[in-house]
Structures are given as C-alpha cells and as structure tokens.
Design a protein around this ligand. Sequence first.
Ligand code: HEC
Ligand code: HEC
Ligand code: HEC
Ligand code: HEC
Length: 119
Amino acid sequence: MKNFNIILGLVLLGLTSLSAQSVEIRDYHKDVIGNDCKTCHDNGIKQFPSDEACLQCHNVDDLAKQTMPANEEDKWQNPHNNLHYGKDVPCQECHGEHTPKKQPLCNTCHTFKFKGYKG
Ligand code: HEC
Ligand code: HEC
Ligand code: HEC
Ligand code: HEC
C-alpha cells in the first residue's frame, strides 16, 4: 500500500507539472504575468477566471473607448459597449487565453469586421 501511494504521488506530480507546462500564455500577458497562474485563476486552476481577474489590469470604459468604431452610425457594434449587452459581456465570451477563440460572440449572428481581434 505504501509503495502504491508513492507511485500514485509520483503520477499526480507528473500530471500537475505537465498541465502547468502545456498551457500557452499569450505573449502580451507573459510580459506582465510570467508564469503566475493565480493572477488570473482567482477561482482555482480548474475553473475559468472571473472577469474581476481581468479587470485588475483592464478597464471596461477604456476598452470601450479604444474599440469605438470609426463611424458614428456603427457605434453600437462596439464589442465592449454594444446594442444588446452594453458593457456587460464576460471577457471569455470573446477572448481565450490558452485556446484561441475562432470569433467573438457577435459573429455567431453578425458578420462584423474587427481588425484588431486576436481571439
Ligand atoms: C496582470 C495584468 C493583466 C491581467 C490580470 C490580464 N491582462 Fe490582459 N493584458 C495586460 C497587458 C499589460 C496587456 C498588453 C497591453 C494592452 O494591450 O492592454 C494585455 C493585453 C490583453 C489583450 C490583447 C490586446 C491586444 O493587443 O489585442 C487581451 C484581449 C487581454 N489582455 C484580455 C485579458 C483577459 C480576458 C484577461 C482575464 C482572463 C486579462 N487580459 C488579464 C495585462 C493583464
Ligand atoms: C491571463 C490570464 C490567465 C493566466 C495567466 C493563466 N490562465 Fe488558465 N485560463 C485563462 C482563461 C481565460 C481560461 C478559459 C479557457 C481559455 O480561454 O483558454 C483558462 C483556462 C484554464 C484551464 C482549463 C480549465 C477548464 O476547465 O477547461 C486550465 C487547466 C488552466 N487555465 C491552467 C493554467 C495554468 C497552469 C496557468 C499558469 C501556467 C494559467 N492557466 C494561467 C486565463 C489565464
Ligand atoms: C444570437 C444572435 C446575436 C448575437 C450573438 C449578437 N446579435 Fe446583434 N443582432 C441580432 C439580431 C437578430 C439583430 C436585429 C436584426 C438586425 O438588424 O440584424 C441584431 C442587431 C444588432 C445591431 C443593430 C443592427 C446592425 O447590424 O447594426 C447591432 C449594432 C448589433 N446587433 C451588435 C451586436 C454586437 C456588437 C454583438 C456582440 C456583442 C451582437 N450584436 C451579438 C442578433 C445577435
Ligand atoms: C463581445 C465580444 C467581446 C467581449 C465580451 C470582450 N471583448 Fe475585448 N475585444 C473584442 C474585439 C472584437 C476586439 C478587437 C476590436 C477591434 O478590432 O476593434 C477586442 C479587443 C480587446 C483589447 C485590445 C484593445 C486595443 O485596442 O488595444 C483588450 C485589451 C480587450 N479586448 C480586453 C477585454 C477584456 C478585459 C474584456 C472583459 C472585461 C473584454 N475584452 C470583453 C471583443 C470582446
């Protein structure tokens, strides 16, 4: 039994370090966060981070200004302040970290062009 526990321990150790190594972190985050998973994973590593974690460094009002469409008539296409949800859409509906998203939520129904979108 003792040996079995040691082996189990080694296997679990292997799995934990494997999962830590196998996640990709975006370059723009690596510079500021490094490998400190907890900076985002405020709900534990197995859960998706909350928006509060992102909002430690990002600000919705600033984002809404940065991504304001150039044409006044398109202003409600702003992903960070839009017609349906205002400023209240969880970041992860549109932004991935380890796994890129194919498109922002809006484009499941629309065909908006977001030139700066990185998934
Ligand atoms: C410790 C601070 C920090 C945290 C926490 C953080 N970010 Fe960032 N993020 C940055 C910095 C710094 C940049 C690079 C400068 C910029 O674009 O604002 C960046 C860049 C980004 C970009 C890309 C900007 C571009 O160039 O297109 C996205 C998207 C993004 N963050 C989303 C998120 C999301 C979603 C979360 C939460 C899961 C998050 N960030 C958590 C600091 C942070
Ligand atoms: C910049 C924020 C950020 C950092 C730093 C970060 N994560 Fe994540 N993590 C996320 C987001 C956002 C998700 C949701 C899925 C996705 O977008 O890839 C996630 C999902 C995960 C998941 C999947 C959970 C599930 O149920 O599918 C694992 C495992 C994980 N992260 C591990 C790590 C590890 C290990 C580190 C440190 C090396 C780390 N993360 C650092 C933002 C981050
Ligand atoms: C589940 C489907 C769905 C999603 C997701 C969705 N929309 Fe819409 N949206 C609609 C429908 C339906 C209309 C009304 C019909 C129309 O005018 O196209 C509409 C109308 C609009 C309009 C006014 C008409 C136009 O095309 O300018 C804007 C602006 C808009 N949506 C922005 C967004 C943005 C930004 C997102 C992402 C945050 C989004 N929508 C997500 C279904 C959706
Ligand atoms: C409805 C989809 C959607 C949601 C929700 C969303 N974003 Fe974005 N985000 C985008 C798109 C699309 C872009 C690229 C905009 C463009 O091309 O004009 C973007 C761009 C960004 C940028 C780069 C801004 C720049 O111009 O430098 C950052 C940083 C960012 N998002 C962070 C966040 C954070 C943090 C949250 C949550 C508070 C969030 N986003 C929620 C769709 C979204």
